[in-house]
Design a protein around this ligand. Structure first.
Ligand code: 8OZ
Length: 381
């Protein structure tokens, strides 16, 4: 990366050369053509058996000018499923279908990481094998309701995992990483964010365990580190990223000291030499933009490539890159509505607005039908 080792104040690093969204970036073994990352986006449009289908191939192919695509969260096992229509990475049919996605992106010169996902307690018996209870670090029910095949239903109290089951969870993630490798992905992102299983272990609001996976910060971090180690064993650490969301209360998650928890997690992750740390900087539940969390502390604690995400537009992104507050920027909603987002940023073209009604579920409408810039628009800009 072009940031130098010297730092001025936290989150502001001195760079040897100016950096903007179009400055190529090294990411592990890869040279990204730009710093515009497509954020992982749940769209609930996989086919039966959680198998990606034709429109999913088209959708990702349309967005292959991103410096890197990070796929939507993809469950590593049937138990890891939390919503209807999300894709999996545990069956041969899923691997074959994802192979079509990765081949198409690669033919177009793009790069793609798969996001490995286990939802933990953010599920429902109707989405679980044998209508089982969802699993979690502790038997604590999330507040509110969740999306199921039959509409919104109240969350249930999950079943606390036995200590002896935890190696099986790590094995699910390892298996997911092996399948992602077989499917031709350039790397994987471990979903440690947004109130799902690994985040449930990290935070003391959801983790009340008294074994080696709960209590102290070291213990609460153990599962994330074991999963990261397993993924690194498959891809090499420089092709593995981790996503965290220290300020996020989405999925009724909380921590008594995020300013302590997350810099500690970053310091532990430093030891791997990962491809990147990807941080959801906002509270996507919208209660409070940051919950008082100082993202610069996390930026400063992590010594590798830092991807910032959360409500960035082009101007905020350029400021973050220029000041060294981030190395790469992940865009979500702008990529939903603008398959050619890098081309639009390059010429300052107007952006299509995103239609929230078609974010989750449905067909090609609001998925693969957002317009690209017309040649005359590109010329006029
Ligand atoms: C929105 C709706 C459903 C899932 C996340 C995977 O927040 C998600 C998600 C987001 O990481």
């Amino acid at each position: 990366m072009s940031k130098s080792a010297s730092t001025s104040k936290p989150g502001e690093r001195t760079r040897t050369a100016p950096v903007d969204l179009f400055t190529p970036a090294k990411l592990g073994p890869y040279e990204l053509t730009n710093r515009i990352i497509m954020a992982p986006l749940t769209r609930n449009r996989a086919g039966p058996g959680a198998v990606p289908q034709e429109m999913n191939v088209d959708y990702y192919a349309q967005r292959s000018s991103a410096g890197l695509i990070i796929t939507e969260g993809s469950q590593i096992s049937p138990q890891g499923t939390g919503y209807p229509g999300t894709p999996g990475i545990y069956s041969q049919a899923q691997i074959a279908a994802w192979r079509r996605v990765t081949d198409t992106i690669h033919e177009r010169g793009g790069r793609v990481f798969l996001q490995l996902w286990h939802v933990g307690r953010i599920s429902h018996p109707s989405l679980q094998p044998n209508a089982a209870l969802p699993v979690a670090p502790s038997a604590i029910k999330p507040d509110g309701e969740t999306f199921t095949e039959t509409g919104l239903q109240p969350f249930v109290t999950p079943r606390a995992l036995e200590t002896g089951e935890i190696p099986g969870i790590v094995a699910q993630f390892r298996h997911g990483a092996e399948n992602a490798l077989e499917a031709g992905f350039d790397g994987v992102e471990v979903h440690g964010a947004n109130g799902y299983l690994l985040d449930q272990f990290l935070r003391d609001g959801t983790n009340r365990r008294d074994d080696d996976y709960g209590g102290s910060l070291e213990n609460r971090t153990r599962l994330l580190l074991q999963v990261t180690h397993a993924a690194a064993g498959v891809f090499g650490a420089d092709r593995v990223g981790v996503r965290l969301s220290p300020a996020n209360s989405f999925n009724s998650i909380s921590d008594s000291a995020p300013d302590v928890t997350f810099p500690y997690v970053a310091e532990r992750l430093n030891r791997f030499g990962l491809a990147y740390l990807h941080v959801v900087e906002q509270d996507i539940a919208g209660a409070d933009a940051t919950q008082g969390f100082d993202r610069r502390k996390l930026r400063d604690a992590f010594k590798g490539t830092y991807i910032a995400n959360g409500g960035y537009d082009q101007i905020r992104a350029e400021v973050a890159l220029a000041t060294g507050a981030a190395d790469l920027i992940a865009f979500g909603k702008p990529f939903i509505a603008n398959p050619d987002l890098p081309a639009r940023f390059a010429i300052g073209a107007p952006l299509n607005g995103a239609d929230e009604a078609t974010f989750y579920g449905g067909d090609e409408k609001g998925y693969t039908d957002y317009p690209f810039l017309a040649p005359e628009q590109a010329q006029a800009a």
